[in-house]
Design a protein around this ligand. Structure first.
Ligand code: UDP
Length: 312
């Protein structure tokens, strides 16, 4: 049994992670400032003696005292509209927030797991992306608030490891979807599911030939837990290499929902990466992990969840 801190625990990934940690017998302290996460995501954990929720912005305080056994740093806005609406807060989360959480891990002798991102590769010129690829990021581009915050968070994390002997693991998380994606935060899977179920047009940005590789949330959490339990420093890509175009994804959502919605095209956001696909050789080798849930199966589960949510 471990005492585990999950910063960003009321978010999409964080809330699934908290549930899985509690289910395996850990005591969980969830920190979240509720800027993009919601207490609704934590309803299943309410009243559980193994679970504590504290409202806190980790960029200004980490109200947890040692000892803890592990610290997960997932505290950041993560969807493009969410981080673009909170540019300075996003940079603070990846710098001051990560620094404070690393300090808690150092004082506790705890393992620290950083939720980094495929966005550190920017608009990649190497495909698929292995961890050794250094990325193509514009430091003053519109996405830089998130990309550079996470790149800095990785730099801080590896520095804490090298200079202060903190036990760290860096996960580079690729696009992940599933129940509890926010209907409002503008990501492709949530937008398409909600639009299809409401009979509204599906908004494909650009010509829809850009690609993403989508990982179902349960697989993603398996990967993060494997990294917590390993002694791998990484960075290690955690994602599903099943690469699809955005247009193909729209068609899939239409067929799974049985919706008669039209597909409309909208302007491509500035700096939208053309292609993205993880090379997960390292995760397979070092963590014995690979995703299991197919896109059809994962989308069906996600659509079922949105259908229920929109009905209430
Ligand atoms: N996208 C789209 N329609 C939408 C939302 C997103 O075509 O309603 C596209 C977006 O331009 C990008 C991809 O889907 O190419 C994934 O976008 P998302 O915001 O989910 O995540 P990103 O990988 O860009 O961070």
């Amino acid at each position: 049994m471990s005492r585990v801190v999950v910063a960003g625990g009321a978010g999409f990934l964080g809330s699934h992670l908290c549930e899985r940690l509690v289910a395996r017998g850990d005591d969980v302290v969830c920190l979240d400032d509720l800027s993009t996460g919601t207490e609704t995501n934590l309803l299943r954990l309410e009243g559980d003696p193994r679970f504590t929720f504290v409202v806190a912005d980790v960029s200004s305080e980490v109200p947890v005292e040692p000892p803890v056994d592990a610290v997960f740093d997932l505290a950041s806005p993560a969807s493009p509209p969410a981080y673009l609406a909170r540019p300075l807060e996003t940079l603070a989360a990846g710098s001051e927030g990560t620094r404070r959480l690393l300090e808690l891990a150092r004082r506790s002798g705890a393992r620290f797991v950083l939720a980094s991102t495929s966005e550190v590769y920017g608009d990649p010129e190497v495909h698929p992306q292995p961890e050794t690829y250094r990325g193509n990021v514009d430091p003053v581009g519109p996405r830089s608030v998130y990309d550079e915050a996470k790149r800095f968070a990785e730099a801080l994390t590896i520095a804490a490891h090298r200079a202060r002997a903190v036990d760290v693991g860096i996960a580079r998380i690729f696009n992940t979807y599933g129940p509890r994606l926010s209907a409002e935060d503008g990501r492709v899977v949530s937008n398409f599911c909600v639009q299809a179920l409401r009979g509204e047009p599906l908004t494909v940005y650009g010509d829809g030939t850009q690609t993403r590789s989508l990982c179902y949330v349960d697989d993603q959490i398996d990967g993060l837990l494997a990294l917590r339990d390993a002694s791998v420093t990484g960075p290690v890509n955690i994602g599903n290499p099943d690469e699809r175009t955005v247009a193909e994804l729209a068609e899939k959502v239409l067929s799974i929902t049985g919706s008669r919605s039209q597909v409309v095209h909208r302007p491509l956001p500035a700096d939208d990466p053309r292609r993205r696909c993880p090379d997960i050789s390292l995760a397979r080798r070092a963590l014995g992990w690979e995703p299991k849930v197919t896109l059809d199966d994962g989308l069906a589960r996600t659509v079922a969840w949105f259908r229920e949510r929109l009905a209430t």
